[in-house]
Design a protein around this ligand. Sequence first.
Ligand code: HEM
Length: 506
Amino acid sequence: MANLINTITSSRVWKSFFRHGWPDTEMNRSLVMTTNIFFHLHPVKVSRRSLRATYTWGLGVLSVIMFLTLAVTGALIMLYYVPSTEMAYRNIVDLQTKVPYGQLMRNMHRWAAHGMVLIVVLHMVRVFYTGAYKPPREFNWGVGIVLLLLTLGASFTGYLLPWDQLSYWAITVGTNIAGYTPLIGPQIRLMLLGGFEVGQNALTRFYALHIMFIPAAMLGIMSLHIWRVRKDGGLAAQDQANGSPTTAEGETVVTEEIEPEERFTRGPVKTYGLMALVRGESRMVERGPDDTVFSFPIVAILELLLTLGAILLLAFFSLVRNAPLEELANPDLTTNPAKAPWYFMALQELLLHMHPVLAGILVPGAVVLFLVALPYLDTDRSDSGRWFASRRGPKWVYFTALYTVVAQAFLIYFDEVMGLRGLGAASPLILQFIGPLMFGVILFGLPLLVIWRLKPTYRELMLVIFTIIITSAVTLTISGFLFRGPGMHLYPPWDMPGGYDPWSSL
Ligand code: HEM
C-alpha cells in the first residue's frame, strides 16, 4: 500500500497537480500558499495580531463569502428567470413552488444580499475605528468606498427583478431620490430607467447591471482591494506589532498598548515574502520576538470555518423565513407606505425633514466626500491599527453615539409633532433652512463644541464626526424602516394601522 501511494505521489501526473509535498515542513507550508491560486492572496506568514478575531471580526473575508454565495445562488436562479414584465413575476412564483430547492435558493440569495450590505458597512466601520485607513492604506480605503457603493448598487438593482408591488414601488421611490440631483437629476433617472416610469426598459437595464456590469466590476475591484492589502504591508494591526510605529514625520512613537516584551525596536515593517523561506540571519535578528505565524494551515482553517458558519446561518434564516413576494407589480396602485429598500431608508427618512436636494444629494454627497477625504486629512500613522486611537477614544465614541441617538430621535419626533414638513409646503424656507440648520447645530455643533474644549487630537476629532454620521444613519434607518407606517407617519411598530408589518419588506 505504502508503495502504491509512493508511486502515485511521485508520478508526473500527481506532481503536475500538487507541486509540493505534505505540508508538514516549513518549506511545504510556504509552498502551499505560493502555489495555490486562492491561498496566494495571503502572505506565507502573517502577524498574530492581524489574526485576532477582535481585530477584523472576519468582516472582510465574510464580505467575500457573501459575494461568492450570491454569485452561486444567483447563477442558479438565472436558469429560470426571464427579465420581462410579462414573465418575471410568474418565473419567481414557479421558482418558489415548482423548482426543487428553488425557494431555498431564492431565500439564500436574498439573505446573503441583505447580509452583504450589512457586513460591508460593518467592515468599513471596523476599518475606520482601527485607524486602518491611514497611509499607506488611503488608496485601499478609497477602493473600499467604491466597493461599498457597488454593493448597494448590486442590491438595489436586484430588488426590482421579482416585479411585484414591493419591488416596483421601492425602485420608484429609490430612483426618485436619484432624480433630485441638481441639474442632471432627471437625466440620471432617465438613464437608469430607460424611460420616465419603471417599466420594461428599467427591468432590462436593472437586470443587465445586476447580473453583469456590477458583479464584473466588483470582482475586478475586490481583487485589487485584496491585492492592495498585501502590498500595503498586510493588515494595519501589524503596524502596532512591528515595533514602535512612526509618525508622518518619521518620529518613533511608543504605544502604551503593547507590552514591552512584545515590542520590537524599529524593525522592518514587512515580514512576509521570501524571508520566511530563508534560513539564517535576517534584519529581524535580535530586534525582538517574532510575531508571525505560518499562514498555512491556520488561515485556511479560519476561513473554512467562517465559510461554513456563514452558509449554515444563511441556510437557517432561509428555512425560517421566506423572501417576500407580494402581488404582481401594478403601476396604478400605489402601496401605502411606499418605502425604498432598508439601506436607503436613512435617505428617505431625511427627505421627510428637509429639501429633497439637501436630503437626497447634498447630505449623502458630503458624507461620501468626507469618507474619501478622511485618510488625506488624518495622516498621523502612530495609532494606525489601534482600536479607537487613544485611551479616551472609546469613552468619546460611546458618549457621542448615545448623544446622537437621543438627539436624532428627538429631532425626528419633534418634526413629526410640530409638523415642520407640513409647514414646509407653505414656506419652502422652513424646508430649506430651518430644518437642516436645526439638524446641523444639534447633531454636530453641540458635541463638537464640547469636544473642542477637551483639546482633541485630529484623529479623536475624526472619531467623533464619524460616530455622529454612522449613528445618525443607523437611527434614521431604524426610524424609517421600523416606525414609519401609512402616510409615512410615526407609529409603534407593533401597532401599525391597517395591519401594516414593517418587517414584511425584508
Ligand atoms: C465588497 C466589499 C469589500 C470586500 C469584499 C472587502 C474585503 C477585504 C478583506 C478580505 C480585507 C482583509 C481582511 C479584513 O480586514 O477583514 C480587507 C481589508 C481592508 N478593507 Fe475591505 N472589503 C470591502 C469593502 C471595504 C470598504 C467599504 C472599505 C472602507 C471604506 C474597506 C477598506 C479596507 C481597508 C483599509 C483594509 C485594510 C484593513 C487593515 O489594514 O486593517 N473595504 N477588505
